[in-house]
Design a protein. Structure first.
Lengths: 93, 248
């Protein structure tokens, strides 16, 4: 199945999350008009979420995203771990 | 450090983005020369942000009909319609050590040069975080920044004229929303230099040159032979390719 969730993050930018899922999350695509560098942090976040159980909570997803951001010392402007997690949950509902 | 200023020139979308990257590579080298360049887009083009989906943002068929190029930028931000005669774009490419560490602060600094440029035309404007400049309460300039290999790249546009109808046929807004009401509402949010006086493109460029170079040691220069060769290669091998432009 495919799910999409779009949000104009308050005080930030547009975030669109597309999720392919079956019994688990197969693929996540994060797009929008936000800023992030190094840019590959977004691909790393996407990879880190593939394979996640559909039962994962918003907090678990947010923690996973925060860990990737911290590990890559990335600067992300306009979206954040919380908005990514929130929209993944919405996309798979 | 002495700045190199590359005067206003017109290129296609692919070369414009490739030149920025080629210059970033030379600024990352052992003997960096921070660079400011000014350019327009011929033919007109749409650039999309690094993280955007091309198919979500642009009506590719309309772009083809209108002979408008489409290119993905190395910077984030939104989709922009670059009318060949409707704006002047700048790029600032410099070692990060010359710029404020914070992203917002560095946006504010470079956007300050645009504010100064507009002031040279008698137009009052202000920085609107994250990355816009507004004049008379409406957006007149959008800007995008990235940092890689110790080099900051910020590019942005100063709207000189604006063809809202063409912009909306290219950018993917549901067709039913492209009504006069919608166009009116965009015109309420966006403005252009021509709304403030009968300025020529040369007037605007002269004011930008002055605004961007004020207080700096600089020389008028051009791309090196190596940068030109590298840019042509990047244009062919990256910016013109579907692999790059449709990667999201």
């Amino acid at each position: 199945m495919n799910g999409v969730s779009t949000e104009k993050v308050a005080g930030g930018k547009l975030l669109r999350v597309k999720v392919e899922f079956g019994e688990k999350i197969d693929k996540v695509r994060i797009t929008g008009d936000f800023f992030a560098h190094p840019e590959d942090v977004i691909e790393k976040i996407e990879s880190s979420l593939a394979g996640l159980a559909l039962s994962a909570t918003e907090d678990e997803i947010r923690n996973k995203v925060e860990n990737v951001i911290a590990k890559t010392s990335a600067d992300i402007v306009g979206i954040d771990a919380a908005s990514i997690a929130r929209n993944i949950i919405r996309a798979i509902q | 450090m002495k700045w190199r200023v590359i005067p206003l020139e017109a290129n296609d979308a692919f070369m414009n983005m490739a030149i920025d990257e080629a210059v970033c590579e030379s600024v990352a080298s052992a003997k960096p020369q921070p660079t400011i360049r000014f350019y327009t887009w011929t033919p007109s083009a749409v650039s999309i942000g690094y993280f955007q989906s091309l198919n979500d943002e642009v009506d590719v068929n309309v772009a083809r009909e209108l002979s408008v190029d489409i290119v993905r930028r190395r910077t984030g931000g939104g989709a922009v319609y670059h009318d060949a005669k409707g704006e002047i774009t700048y790029s600032v490419i410099a070692p990060v050590s010359m710029m404020p560490e914070g992203i917002r602060e560095s946006y504010q600094m470079i956007c300050g040069w645009i504010i100064d440029s507009l002031k040279n035309l008698g137009i009052e404007s202000e920085f609107k975080p994250i990355n816009d400049i507004i004049a008379g309460g409406k957006k007149i300039s959008g800007n995008a920044q990235t940092r890689r290999n110790g080099v900051l790249l910020q590019h942005g546009t100063l709207l000189y004229d604006l063809d809202v109808r063409t912009m909306f046929t290219l950018l993917k807004v549901p067709k039913e929303k492209i009504s006069d009401k919608m166009i009116q509402s965009v015109e309420e949010r966006v403005t252009k230099v021509l709304n403030f006086g009968n300025f020529s493109v040369q007037d605007v460029y002269d004011s930008m040159l002055k605004g961007f170079t004020h207080g700096k040691e600089y020389e008028i220069g051009s791309l090196s032979g190596n940068e030109v060769i590298r840019a042509k290669r990047l244009a062919e091998e990256r910016y013109k390719t579907d692999e790059w432009n449709y990667r999201r």
